[in-house]
Design a protein around this ligand. Sequence first.
Ligand code: GTP
Ligand code: SPV
Ligand code: MN
Length: 589
Amino acid sequence: MSLTNNATINNWVEEMRKLTKPSRVVWIDGSEKQLADLRAESCSNGEIIELNQEKLPGCYLHRTAVNDVARVEHRTFICTPTKEDAGNTNNWMDPKEAYDKLGKLFDGSMSGRTMYVIPFSMGIIGSEFAKVGIELTDSIYVVLNMAIMTRIGKAVLDSFGNGTDFVRGLHSKAQLDEENRYIVHFPQDNTIWSINSGYGGNVLLGKKCFALRIASYQGRKEGWMAEHMLILGIEKPNGETKYIAAAFPSACGKTNLAMLIPPEGYRKKGYKVWCVGDDIAWLRLGPDGGLWAMNPESGFFGVAPGTNMKSNPNALLTTKKNTIFTNVVHNLDDNTIWWEGLDNNPPTNALNWKGEKWDPTSGEKGAHPNSRFTAPAAQCPCISPEFENPRGVPISALVFGGRRAKTAPLVYQAFDWNHGVFVGSAMASETTAAASGAVGVVRRDPMAMLPFCGYNMGDYFTHWLEMGSRIKKQPKIFNVNWFRQDENGRFIWPGYGDNMRVLEWIIRRCDDEVDAAKTPIGYIPNINDINIECIEDEVSVETLKELLSIDTGLWKEDAAGIEEYYNKIGGRMPKELLDQLDALKSRLG
Ligand code: GTP
Ligand code: SPV
Ligand code: MN
């Protein structure tokens, strides 16, 4: 039975019910009782596996279909009225054609199944910065994940009342048919249709589909920004906290940076890092004329492999209860889980991510490289006291970064806002297992939004430039690269907690406490201003110089690559950025 009198919602749910033809409809009220019943049902049909409840209370394991383990960018569409509005970096389908095509696939796709109606809020329920969505799905796994990742249930409907501005999300696993898998967005209709997948980023419609693709489109119309950014606070020894938002492409270190533990020397001095968000930031102008960021999610959908007590203890501790693990190794001895990089003791009596008997000495990976945990953010030991603040936090610095073996130095600062927008627009990074397709190929990924921008990339850059002109207290803009390699392909920067050393330089720059060297690409730290105390064995002064070096030849090549990419984006590229590119070229000589 419906949980609301809102006729717009009820009519739409009824229309979708008629299309997908489920045998029954269940509204998700958000109660623990209902979720417990759903977990039990999902366990009984084998969709999820209850793990050792003494060691991992409230934890479950799920395996996706083997052909359905990551986002599918080539099957993701932005269906704006014109192709030009979606731009050359998005796949486009005519909206009518898309509704027709997917309408046929959705016709009867839920027959014999239950349709769950999930009311959810991105942001604190009822806050002026939150947005409401409703996801219809035939997957209990989706319900259980949405209950962690977003704020769900009757409270959302009650506070929404008779509103009509909500995102209409329709998802069906259908037959999990790869050939007919589509993740389709209709930004002008606030609508998302996703079919034939059961993998997180394709089906948890509050996340990439709504909070980035649809929200970026809304943000442009309404004067704010939806970005693929973590948000963290650095508490200084004097008690003041500075907030940073950082955009890195998928599987390039957001979750890790968002909850880093500073090196011992910093902890002794009194530095602390607080996590506000690990993947998505909604940014608005604040009453003080600055830029404020809030995390619209309430959970982490984090990469499992490589997460351990050394690399990211806070993430690991967050996953000790009430967590859903997807596509990791199942340890049959004690009914727990494992993944590559958790520890050096892979289980010998175990199943791999596909559910097959697995021999850790076989050389084959046990967990999928894009295996994930879904865990409540509130369980994170360093969750920020501002996490539930509906207004978010004031941002001092914006940081861009990618995975680049060469070219990009450890850190540099943009000259000003517009140059910072240029730096973000020119980002490049090696592809990762978070999306299907080749891994390790360098591609342009502006602001880490290439797969997530819900409209024309040229218009998106213009929006960034316009936002800058409206912000009175502009954040400073930086670029980082934790992934520089030596000639043997080894990372030369230790990364993880030691990234604090770079964050310290960034906040000192924001506080005007430290000088920097002007170079053709931006401001670079003076060598003595990056603290390498206690890591001199790993990072000598020579290594640091290498990390901060700029190879003019490589940068000239890069400038050519940027030009090519700008040409691809086409006619809506703002002139300001073309001028920035010319200026870079002339500085490089
Ligand atoms: P999404 O959830 O896909 O958006 O990814 P993310 O940006 O949150 O990436 P995450 O923090 O999960 O890191 C992805 C991978 O990068 C993991 O395998 C990490 O171990 C690795 N990684 C993260 N930070 C660092 C770092 O500072 N140095 C190195 N070398 N690797 C890192
Ligand atoms: C990403 O790929 O950037 C993720 C995981 O954060 S997903 O939700 O699958 O998009
Ligand atoms: Mn992400």
